[in-house]
Design a protein around this ligand. Structure first.
Ligand code: AMP
Length: 401
């Protein structure tokens, strides 16, 4: 294969991240990465840096909307300053019950993904917008959807089935699982020594945890939407259905329209809860650690709730896997928050999980378990962009067959 420039697009509710890789036989070289951040504000950020970290673009534009934001990305890619992409991979959080495989993007596929936007309301609306714009602004270049749910396709029905009537299950209400591209990238980095019984905790602004047997997803904490599972930055995680009913009824007292009330409830559960809701302060772990130093009890409670919930999930996945060979921490908190890793593992010695405080005093890739720990504990940064490039190359090769 001659060298192939592949563009990766990863959009969030207020940002578009992108990266360009040069792919050739077995080789993947990052050429640059960048982001347009702060969409909807007057003081956005637009930057691009090369693989050595040199800033190639560094601007603070007004970013009134996503259209302005994405045209800035397209303009710079069309400027001739960088190699033009020959294929584009779009990180796609959720395609619903019908779009389960990574595949070529067509207008019909975009409509299909959009029809299940309610499953990932923070991600899908901007992602489908970018897909349409990308087809328009890069005509003739194949665009591929790479799904976060794809890795979890191996979960058995006993895990994916929700305990609800068939009527709703048939509408696509089931456990999908998310952060799949991150999990795949951990497996990819562990090759060829993939442990039989593995738990990976992806702890970032959104947080989830997955039980993996022989490299395949067995069970994961997130469910129908990324709001389920463990508590995260501003999301509840799993919650007693009685709480849903109670708060919905409270909201309905002032918002009688059922859809408007449901929208408000969604905002409460996905944007105002989690670490932010409990601390009343911030969804950001760094802020909470600072507040804890200043003696803030609510911040302490929020973080204890976070680390305690994760320890419980590790315990339940240990039981499901019938033991554990390796525990991996990844994501912004998993990679950088030394205290969270120590606190999560502090009560897990009975499972053979023992973290060495000195080895744990690290940010980024490391083995942090004590010499006598039965379970190996590692920190591995995710490589999601690289994984998307790998899928794009595979799909392009399949197209040619
Ligand atoms: P992500 O969504 O993967 O970018 O992760 C974001 C989360 O990682 C936020 O809660 C940050 O506070 C946390 N984080 C990033 N860097 C650090 C750090 N140096 N120490 C503690 N937490 C961090």
């Amino acid at each position: 294969m001659s060298s192939l420039p592949v563009l990766v697009l990863n959009s969030g509710s207020s940002s578009i991240k992108f990266a360009m890789y040069e792919a050739s036989d077995g080789q993947r070289t990052k050429i640059f990465e960048g982001a347009v951040d702060g969409i909807g504000t007057d003081n956005g950020k637009f930057w691009i840096k090369d693989d050595a970290g040199n800033k190639l673009v560094d601007q603070t534009p007004a970013l009134p909307n996503r259209s302005v934001a994405f045209s800035m990305v397209a303009d710079v890619l069309h400027s001739g300053q960088f190699p033009a992409p020959k294929a584009i991979g779009h990180r796609t959080v959720c395609g619903g019950p019908t779009v389960r495989d990574n595949q070529l993007i067509t207008p019909k596929l975009i409509d299909e993904i959009e029809s299940y936007a309610a499953l990932a309301p923070l991600h899908t609306p901007i992602a489908v917008y970018i897909m349409r714009e990308s087809l328009r602004l890069f005509p003739g270049i194949p665009n591929f959807a790479v799904l976060d749910t794809y890795f979890h396709r191996t979960m058995p029905e006993v895990v994916t089935r929700m305990p609800i009537p068939d009527e709703y299950a048939k509408m696509g209400v089931r456990r999908y699982g998310y952060h799949g591209i991150s999990y795949e990238s951990i497996i990819y980095q562990l090759q060829p020594n993939i442990p039989e019984k593995l738990i990976v905790a992806h702890l970032g602004n959104g947080a989830s945890i997955t039980a993996i047997r022989n490299g395949e997803s067995l069970d994961t904490s997130m469910g129908l939407t990324p709001t389920g599972g463990i508590i995260s930055g501003s999301r509840t995680g799993d919650i007693d259905p009685g709480v849903v009913i109670f708060i919905l009824k409270k909201i309905a007292e002032t918002t009688p329209d059922a859809t408007a009330a449901a929208d408000k409830l969604e905002t409460v559960f996905s944007k105002k809860s989690g670490l932010l809701g409990v601390s009343g302060l911030s969804n950001d772990m760094r802020d909470l650690r600072e507040a804890i130093k200043d003696g803030n009890d609510q911040a302490r409670l929020a973080v204890d709730k976070f680390t305690g919930t994760i320890a419980k999930w590790i315990g339940s996945f240990y039981a499901e896997l019938g033991g554990l060979d390796m525990l991996v921490f990844t994501g912004g908190i998993g990679e950088n928050d030394i205290a969270s890793r120590a606190e999560i593992c502090s009560g897990l010695a009975a499972l053979g999980i023992i973290v060495d405080p000195e080895k744990n005093n690290v940010r980024g890739e490391a083995v942090i378990s004590a010499d006598g720990s039965k379970v190996k504990v590692r920190v591995i940064p995710p490589a999601e962009d690289l994984m998307i490039v790998n899928h794009v190359v595979r799909l392009l090769n399949n197209q040619g067959e």
